[in-house]
Write a protein that binds this ligand. Structure first.
Ligand code: HMG
Ligand code: MG
Length: 313
C-alpha cells in the first residue's frame, strides 16, 4: 500500500532510542532567511501560528542580525510585535552581538541563540570575525543575556565539513563547543551547515564531546539535507542519546553565507520517522503537512520534503 493511502507510518518501536524528542523548529528562521524573496510579515506570523497549532513547542522565530546581511529577516521587530505567543511555546531568536541583544531585549525576547563557527573561513564569511574574535563578540552577549534571565543556546556551524576548508576535525568542533558551554550556553546545536555529514561522523563527534566530559543532554543536532543524509544522521544521534533535533517545516532552509547549503531536515520527514519508532514528539503530522503545503503555495514552489509530497502531492 503506498504511503499516500496509509497517511501515517506503521508504529514499530526499536531499542536504544529516547522516549521523547524535542523538535526545535527552525523553518521561520533558517528556512526563510534563504528565500530569494522576502516573505511578508503577515505570512510569517501565520506560519508561526500554524506551526504552534501543529504541536511544535520550540519555534525559532527570526534573527536580530544586521539587516543588510540578511534582508529577509529585517522585519524582526515587526514580527515580534505581532507575535501571538502561545502558552507552552518558546520563540528563540538568533543574536550575533550586543546590538542584536539590545534589539531582542527591546522586543521582549526570552530565548536567544548565538551562532559560532568551527572553522576560520566561515567565521569570516558569516560573522566578519576571526575564529578567536567570534568569542569576544559572543561573551558579553551570553553574560548579559544570562543576567537578564534569558535562556541561551549556542550553535556550532560547519561541524563536519566546510566548503572552503574541507573535512573538519572533531577536536576543533569540541574546542569551539566547549568554549560556548563554558560561557554559559545551556545547549549546543551541532550544525552540518552544508549537509555533507554521514552517520559515522555523527557518532564520532558525539563520542568526542562525551570524551571531553560534555553531557549528551546538552547537545542538539542540526542537519541540512543536501546529500540526503539528514534522517540517517538523526537516527545515529538519537542512538547516542540526543533528544533535541532541529528541523524545518517542509524542508525549507539554507545559509546565505555557506556555499552549497540547501534545506534543513524536513520536520515532516523527522516526525514520520519518530512516529514510526513510537518516539513521542507531540506533533500532529497531518496539521504540519497542511502548514507546509500552505507555505509552499505562498512561496510558489513545491515543498522539498518527501513526506509532504507523499501526503499532499
Ligand atoms: P559587521 O559588519 O562586522 O558589524 O557585521 P559591526 O559590528 O562592524 O557593525 C557595523 C554596523 O552594523 C554598526 O552600525 C552596527 O551598529 C550595525 P554603524 O555604527 O556603522 O551605524 N550592526 C547591527 N545592526 C543591527 N543589528 C545587529 C547589528 N550588528 C551590527 N545585530 C555581524 C557583523 C555579526 C553583525 C554580521 O556579520 C551579521 O549580521 N551576520 C549574520 C549572518 C547570518 O545571519 N547568517 C545566517 C545565520 S547562521 C546559520 O544559518 C547557521 C545555522 O543555521 C547553523 C548551521 O546550519 O550550521 C545557525
Ligand atoms: Mg542551519
Amino acid at each position: 500500500m503506498p504511503a499516500r493511502a496509509l497517511g501515517l507510518p506503521v508504529r514499530s518501536p526499536a531499542p536504544n532510542l529516547p522516549e521523547r524528542v524535542t523538535i526545535w523548529e527552525v523553518g521561520p528562521r533558517d528556512g526563510l532567511q534563504n528565500e530569494p524573496n522576502t516573505v511578508p510579515v503577515e505570512v510569517k506570523l501565520e506560519f508561526l501560528d500554524r506551526l504552534a497549532g501543529s504541536g511544535l513547542t520550540v519555534l525559532e522565530a527570526t534573527s536580530f542580525v544586521h539587516p543588510k546581511w540578511v534582508p529577509q529577516l529585517a522585519d524582526a521587530e515587526q514580527l515580534l510585535a505581532g507575535l501571538d505567543r502561545r502558552p507552552g511555546v518558546r520563540y528563540p531568536v538568533l543574536v550575533p552581538n550586543e546590538r542584536g541583544l539590545d534589539r531582542a531585549l527591546a522586543a521582549g525576547v526570552r530565548h536567544i541563540a548565538i551562532f559560532a563557527s568551527a572553522t576560520e573561513t566561515f567565521a569570516g564569511r558569516n560573522l566578519n570575525r576571526t575564529l578567536d574574535e567570534q568569542f569576544a563578540m559572543f561573551d558579553p552577549v551570553v553574560s548579559r543575556a544570562r543576567a537578564e534571565g534569558l535562556d541561551v543556546r549556542g550553535y556550532v556551524s560547519m561541524c563536519f565539513g566546510d566548503p572552503w576548508e574541507g573535512p573538519v576535525d572533531p577536536a576543533q568542533v569540541v574546542a569551539v563547543g566547549t568554549r560556548l558551554l563554558g560561557m554559559g550556553c545551556a545547549q549546543l546545536s551541532l550544525g552540518d551547515t552544508i549537509g555533507v555529514a554521514t552517520a559515522g561522523q555523527v557518532e564520532a563527534l558525539l563520542g568526542a564531546f562525551r570524551s571531553a566530559g560534555t553531557d549528551i543532554d546538552a547537545l542538539a543536532v542540526h542537519f541540512h539535507d543536501t546529500y540526503g543524509q539528514a534522517l540517517a544522521n538523526t537516527l545515529a544521534a538519537l542512538r547516542q542519546g540526543v533528544t533535541t533535533v532541529d528541523s524545518s517545516a517542509g524542508g525549507l532552509g539554507g545559509c546565505p553565507y555557506a556555499e552549497s547549503a540547501t534545506g534543513n531536515l524536513a520536520t515532516e520527514d523527522l516526525v514520520w520517522l519518530l512516529d514510526g519508532l513510537g518516539v513521542h514528539t507531540g506533533v500532529d503530522l497531518d496539521r504540519l503537512a497542511d502548514t507546509s503545503a500552505w507555505m509552499a503555495q505562498r512561496l510558489g514552489r513545491p515543498s522539498p520534503s518527501r513526506v509532504v509530497r507523499a501526503l499532499r502531492g
